[in-house]
Design a protein around this ligand. Structure first.
Ligand SMILES: Nc1ncnc2c1ncn2[C@@H]1O[C@H](COP(=O)(O)OP(=O)(O)OP(=O)(O)O)[C@@H](O)[C@H]1O
Ligand SMILES: [Mg+2]
Length: 330
């Protein structure tokens, strides 16, 4: 492995001087074990190395383990302490990671994992996270398409969907992207009549035979053409980023473009394909050693691909007009 140090010269600088809000990035994807935590932790390291203040939030509902990918012990404070009002501010739950400028908020499984968590309580915590005094917040999301996961994903300025080259992951990614879009509409829609149509679309069997956002828009368009246009607008603006992880072959490397094209053709959703992460034994070796992959800051195929994704995200962060609002909190 080459010992060349990573260069950060071509890394775009964030320039949101008018805004006090951090840029919020959410790392999701329908399936478990596909590299969401790997990507979250190492993006955090990349951004902090380029001089940004970053807070990583372990928002995994079931198995909070972001600390392991950073090579630190399970923190003694977590989001629970804020939720249970044992601390006054969310900032008090940020713990050090050993990387300059990179903090960690450990997950609150008792709170987020609870099925009957109150919607208003969740939104209160989300707003506090999104209003933190830092440059970038990265949320490591759990797997699946529960409303909690989708709401966290939709509250981000930039949502990233991680996928691995396997049919199950492909199916889960499509389901995740579709569900996130329906959930977004559900948040935006105030009319009970149309909310019912969206809820129908969210159910696998439905009386309108809606199987894609395109079908939903067609149904809504018939009922109310103006509304149909608004939904179309939201569909065009909904643009999650896509990262393919564990790429081993040329065929795998071509998957990103194929998924982007299929998503556009069948759903009308424009995925923003921002790169691949190669399969590399050093990833699981680092996890076993409880060490951060990018700790040594040397060049390797996996570290180069992580830096590539970080740079692509930095370009999109730069282009954001008003960070910190996400898609459902504005
Ligand atoms: N690019 C890669 N090369 C080799 N192994 C990898 C790679 N990405 C992930 N892995 C392996 O997959 C495991 C799971 O990765 P990770 O914990 O990041 O997934 P996850 O999506 O966060 O899972 P969960 O949904 O369970 O939280 C890692 O511990 C590692 O062993
Ligand atoms: Mg994880």
């Amino acid at each position: 492995m080459s010992q060349r140090k990573q260069t950060v010269f071509d890394f775009p600088k964030l320039n949101h001087s008018g805004s006090r809000n951090p840029v919020v990035i959410g790392i999701g994807g329908g399936k478990g074990g596909i590299g969401k935590t790997l990507l979250s932790a190492n993006l955090g390291i990349c951004f902090s190395r380029t001089g940004s203040k970053v807070v990583l939030v372990d928002a995994d509902l079931g198995g909070a383990n972001l600390h392991t990918c950073l090579g630190v012990e399970q923190p003694s404070v977590s989001m629970s302490d804020f939720v249970q009002r044992r601390v006054e501010t969310i900032e008090e739950t940020i713990t050090e990671t050993g990387f300059v400028g990179l903090g960690l908020i450990s997950g609150a499984q008792d709170f987020l994992g609870s099925a009957n968590i109150k919607y208003t309580q969740k939104m209160r915590v989300l707003k506090k996270i999104l209003g933190m005094n830092t440059d970038i917040v990265i949320m490591d999301l759990g797997s699946g398409t529960s409303f909690n996961v989708l709401d966290f994903f939709l509250s981000c300025d930039l949502g990233v969907v991680v996928m691995v080259p396997e049919p199950t992951s492909l199916e889960n990614s499509y389901r995740f992207v579709k569900s996130a879009f329906y959930r977004l509409l559900r948040h935006k829609e105030k009319s009970d009549v149309f909310r019912k149509v969206i809820e129908q679309a969210m159910a696998s069997q439905n009386e309108y035979d809606i199987r894609s956002p395109y079908d939903l828009i067609r149904v809504v368009n018939k009922m109310d053409p103006e509304r149909g246009d608004e939904y179309k607008q939201l569909l065009w603006q909904f643009r999650p980023a896509l990262v393919i992880n564990q790429v081993r072959t040329q065929e795998d490397a071509e998957l990103g473009e194929a998924v982007r094209a299929a998503c556009r053709k069948y759903f009308g959703i424009d995925l923003d394909y921002i790169g691949d992460l190669v399969y590399d034994d050093s990833v699981w070796k680092a996890v076993r050693k409880r060490s951060a992959l990018l700790k040594d800051n040397t060049s390797s195929p996996i570290s180069d691909s992580l830096w590539h994704v970080a740079r692509e995200l930095a370009k999109r962060m730069e282009a954001l007009e008003e960070p910190g609002k996400g898609k459902i909190l504005g």
